[in-house]
Design a protein around this ligand. Structure first.
Ligand code: MLC
Ligand code: AMP
Length: 519
């Protein structure tokens, strides 16, 4: 059985069962399959062939799931793009991936950014989701073939059985590194299916589960675990367009059994529970709460258990390796402040500089090998080569074993990789954009500890001449305007400090850890 066959098992066996719901609309496995077959045929009619990239700039909606599966059926590679992104990020991904088509929603801010781009040689088709009753009114600046999604969905469905090799790329996930621009992580079917199958079995997902899915569907947390887990286990995913703590509490009260969140979501759920502790009983009725993408504090773990009786299951992962470490399923074995043990789809070690397994308590780097690891970075053989040592992927995450063998995440090797609200952010990408400001001579961006966001973006500025007269608050406001539309708003510095010069070592390298931040 191929990995794609595994993803289609419930489509074949239980076509009448509901797979995805959103605000009163729903798709059964059979309806999803039929729509994906039509979309795949529509893509083929545009000339999209095996291995071609199709970028997707849709927020959470049922069409996103159809576009994902339809791209798989056409043999194309799904390239999700974060709908919070600005022009710099979107243009880079469209150029770097060489996408031949991009799917946008008419009238959305990101759709407008795509329409304003100058021509990208490889990009030929603009697929537009629009209100069915209205004529299409999209006019891109570049000479693109504009076609409505409805038109593609009206194609005669592909007749043959969808086929893919397990090593074919299913998805490119663009993710930030320590350099400026994001890199495309090439994820084959093999990695996604092996990992999500192992993870959702470990977590005992079942057909009668109802997943309350309020994570964005363009990163591995929401898209790989949420959407692919639903396909593999045959449960129902109730999609939410955005995270709203009260809507999540209501959804669980109405029968939701699983919730996955980033720590910031738990901070907000806890705020709602503190304001009205009676909501704890509603959440208590669920079966499983998991947390990942950033460190969950032991304080949040304990407060959530106090309110709901649930011990949140924390796990760890990364776009390049998928979800590789998880706490055990039995609640009493979930340990706060730890990420648990390796997931069955790969091997995970914490190693020292020489690559030897660390002793208990000794900090080292998390390394991963096995089925769940990416194939490579797209178009970047040197970066790929530098990320592996003797077949092990080097995560850049620092951890230690505790005395029971649980892995404890301790932070990142590089200060230039920031996690805020569960989003991975490159300090260099922000620095490059801020440095284009005519009144700024130099800038250093860091992530500072923050109780709500995990880390908040902070920028130390060396400004030119009279511009130094501006207060840090006025600079923060200036940067808001400067970055607006260029980068996602969550990358905007929330704290600014003006300095005469940046601290450097004898070789001239900026010493970010020596920046003296006011509290
Ligand atoms: C948003 N805001 C921030 C911010 N993000 N402020 C500081 N720091 C941040 N990180 C501000 C906005 O600018 C805005 O303010 C206000 O908060 C509301 O913005 P929003 O976009 O509506 O925020 P919200 O929807 O509330 O977002 C919070 C969130 C979101 C937690 C729901 O961040 C989220 O969905 N995070 C999940 C990311 C994720 O899926 N990561 C997984 C990656 S995969 P203003 O002033 O501008 O109006 C991965 C692998 C693994 O990591 O292991 O899972
Ligand atoms: P991304 O590429 O967006 O998938 O982000 C991956 C990074 O998220 C990892 O390298 C970790 O630094 C971080 N991360 C994921 N899960 C956890 C966790 N449970 N605790 C701490 N950090 C985490």
């Amino acid at each position: 059985m191929t990995a794609l066959d595994q993803l289609r098992a419930h489509i074949t066996a239980r076509p009448e069962a509901i797979a995805f719901t959103l605000e009163g609309s729903q798709l059964t496995f059979g309806e999803l399959d039929a729509a994906a077959r039509r979309y795949a045929a529509g893509l083929a009619a545009l000339g999209i062939a095996r291995g071609d990239r199709v970028a997707c700039l849709l927020g959470t909606r049922l069409e996103l799931v159809i576009a994902l599966l339809g791209a798989y059926y056409a043999g194309a590679v799904h390239v999700p793009i974060n709908t919070r992104y600005g022009q710099v990020e979107i243009e880079h991904i469209l150029r770097d991936s060489g996408a031949r088509a991009v799917l946008i929603a008419e009238g959305s801010p990101t759709g407008e950014i795509v329409c304003a781009l100058s021509p990208i040689e490889t990009l030929q088709h603009l697929i537009v989701l629009h209100a069915a009753a209205e004529p299409l009114s999209v006019t891109p600046r570049a000479p693109l073939n504009v076609v409505s999604l409805d038109h593609l969905l009206a194609a005669a469905p592909m007749a043959s059985e969808p086929r893919c090799d397990d090593e074919d790329p299913a998805m490119f996930i663009y993710t930030s590194g320590t350099t400026g621009q994001s890199k495309g992580v090439v994820l084959p079917y093999r990695a996604i299916v092996a990992n999500i199958d192992a993870l959702t079995r470990l977590w005992r997902w079942r057909e009668d589960d109802r997943l309350v899915l309020a994570l964005p569907l363009f990163h591995v947390h929401g898209l790989c675990i949420g959407v692919h887990g639903t396909l593999l286990r045959g449960c129902v995913a109730e999609l939410h367009r955005r995270f709203d703590p009260d809507a999540v509490i209501q959804a669980i009260a109405a029968g939701g059994t699983i919730f996955m969140g980033v720590p910031t979501m738990y901070t907000r759920l806890l705020r709602a529970l503190d304001a009205d502790p009676s909501k704890g009983a509603a959440l208590g009725a669920a079966r499983l709460f998991t947390s990942g993408s950033a460190a969950l504090s032991a304080a949040s773990f304990e407060a959530f258990e106090r309110h709901t009786g649930h011990r949140i299951l924390e796990r760890y992962g990364m776009s390049e390796t998928l979800l590789t470490v998880s706490n055990p399923y039995p609640p009493e074995e979930r340990k706060p402040g730890t990420i648990g043990f390796p997931v069955a789809s790969g091997e995970v070690l914490v190693v020292d500089e020489e690559g030897s397994r660390c002793a208990v308590g000794e900090p080292g780097e998390i390394v991963v090998r096995g089925d769940s690891v990416m194939q490579r970075y797209w178009n970047a053989p040197e970066k790929t080569a530098a990320s592996f040592r003797d077949g092990w992927f080097l995560t850049g995450d620092v951890a230690r074993y505790d005395d029971e063998g649980y892995i404890v995440h301790m932070g990142r090797r590089s200060v230039d990789m920031i996690k805020s609200g569960g989003y991975r952010i490159s300090a260099r990408e922000i620095e490059e954009c801020v440095a284009l400001h005519p009144d700024i001579e130099e800038v250093a961006v860091v992530g500072r500890p923050d109780p709500e966001w995990g880390q908040r973006i902070a920028a130390a500025l060396v400004t030119r001449g009279g511009a130094a007269e501006r207060s840090p608050e006025a600079w923060a406001e200036e940067l808001r305007g400067w970055l607006e539309g260029r980068l996602a708003s969550y990358k905007r510095p929330r704290q600014v400090m003006c300095c005469g010069e940046l601290p450097r070592n004898a070789l001239g390298k900026i010493q970010k850890h020596l920046l003296a931040w006011p509290d």
